[in-house]
Design a protein around this ligand. Structure first.
Ligand code: SF4
Ligand code: SF4
Length: 395
């Protein structure tokens, strides 16, 4: 049964399997394949996955053996896109991986399967209750009660990690406190917000993500939101790149990062800055914002607008950023690999002698935070909005 549905010849990108030149530019480049740094075996790399799929297609690997190897390769991957951006013949590798994953749904790693079950039942991958989706806001009850389900030009989509994970919730709290200081109003809709659908997409279950996308777009339209702030890199990528395909047209609202929003407040002179002691920071470019969406400059402009903040770029930054290790569901399925990769990134932070690692993705923030703690490092991992809040005055 498993082998019957595994028909690699139905791939839209089938021909690309044979274009791969086996040159390894996808592995040995200035960004590097993060999981290869940890696993050091070929199957996890771009060319490893392409050759495995090709060998299955031409019968050089039997399907059972090939299926096991391919599943390992596809899920020991952070979807960071460094391979694709360095492929010598421009194979759309991340699209090929997503297609291949759709063929191996009966072989999903246990924790991915569990996430899918949770999404099916509760519309979030943790399997928590919808009513608990507002728990992140306990510190700003007044602001939350004023803005929840209110109709405003600007809205804020949190996503599952910020909503449910506790520690990461300080990011959205900071954004809303800053908005209040700037005398702005923002619609939030935690009571009806669902997961953006990214875990389904990363697990190769594209059709199931569509239901969540349609629901979220309906909620946003109901509130009349024209400008949607998103502070999770994964949600941002999915709204920007995938939602228009799901709804069959351009989104009826503009999607911006929280950094765009905060920089806009700075430029409009809506924030008053505090003079505080100097701090050395590095911005961790999230793969789903950077390589997947081309968002790099706004973080630097925002950091440079803050008094007393010195930006120190990591060895791997912008287009060459190293994944934090948690992308592509890797942390859920292979937590040790996710830690190995985070530790390589942390060594670059230690070299730069920074005080703060600034994030624009809750998954990066949490994985880096967990590993900084395990190394007893003095560096702190925070959302970039937490620093903006710290450097601005209450009005
Ligand atoms: S997406 Fe990233 S982790 Fe996956 S194969 Fe490509 S470079 Fe490696
Ligand atoms: S860079 Fe492209 S062509 Fe070369 S091995 Fe990697 S996937 Fe194949």
């Amino acid at each position: 049964m498993v082998l019957e549905i595994f028909d690699i010849k139905n791939l839209k990108h089938y021909d690309e399997l044979f274009i791969c030149a086996y040159c390894a530019y996808c592995v040995n480049n200035s960004a590097a394949c993060p999981t290869y740094l940890s696993a050091e075996h070929e199957i996890v790399t771009g060319r490893g996955k392409m050759i495995t799929a090709r060998n299955i297609a031409i019968g050089n690997l039997n399907k059972k053996e090939g299926l096991t190897a391919l599943t390992e390769g596809l899920f020991q991957c952070t979807f960071c896109k460094a391979c694709e951006d360095n492929c010598i013949v421009n194979i759309p590798l991340t699209e090929v991986y997503s297609e291949l994953k759709s063929l191996i749904q009966t072989q999903l790693p246990k924790n991915t399967r569990l996430m899918f079950e949770n999404l099916e039942k509760k519309n979030n991958f943790y399997g928590l209750e919808q009513e608990d989706r507002s728990n992140w806001s306990f510190d700003i009850e007044d602001i939350y009660n004023e803005w929840v389900n209110s109709q405003h030009h600007t809205g804020f989509f949190l996503g599952c990690v910020y909503s449910y994970s506790g520690r990461a919730g300080r990011g959205p709290v900071s954004i809303l406190k800053i908005a209040k200081r700037a005398e702005e109003k923002i619609s939030i809709f935690s009571p009806t917000e669902y997961c953006c659908g990214n875990p389904y997409l990363l697990g190769g279950e594209r059709n199931k993500a569509k239901r969540l996308a349609i629901h979220n777009v309906e909620q946003i339209e109901k509130l009349g939101i024209q400008n949607l702030i998103i502070s999770c890199a994964g949600c941002y990528r999915v709204f920007k790149n995938e939602y228009p395909k799901f709804i069959g047209k351009e989104l009826p609202f503009k999607v911006i990062t929280h950094m765009d929003y905060l920089l806009h407040l700075v430029r409009e002179k809506k924030l008053k800055f505090l003079n505080k002691s100097s701090v050395k920071v590095a911005f961790k470019d999230p793969c789903e914002l950077g390589r997947h969406c081309g968002v790099y400059d706004v973080a630097r402009e925002l950091i440079n607008s803050l008094p007393g903040v010195e930006n120190r770029e990591l060895l791997n930054h912008r287009e060459n950023a190293l994944c934090c290790g948690s992308g592509g569901l890797l942390k859920a399925n292979y937590p040790n690999m996710a830690s190995d990769i985070a530790k390589q990134l942390i060594s670059q932070m230690e070299e730069q002698k920074i005080d703060l690692c600034l994030n624009a993705c809750p998954s990066c923030l949490l994985n880096i935070d967990e590993n900084l703690r395990s190394l007893n490092s003095k560096i702190k991992s925070i959302d970039i909005s937490e620093l903006v809040l710290d450097r601005t005055k209450d009005s």
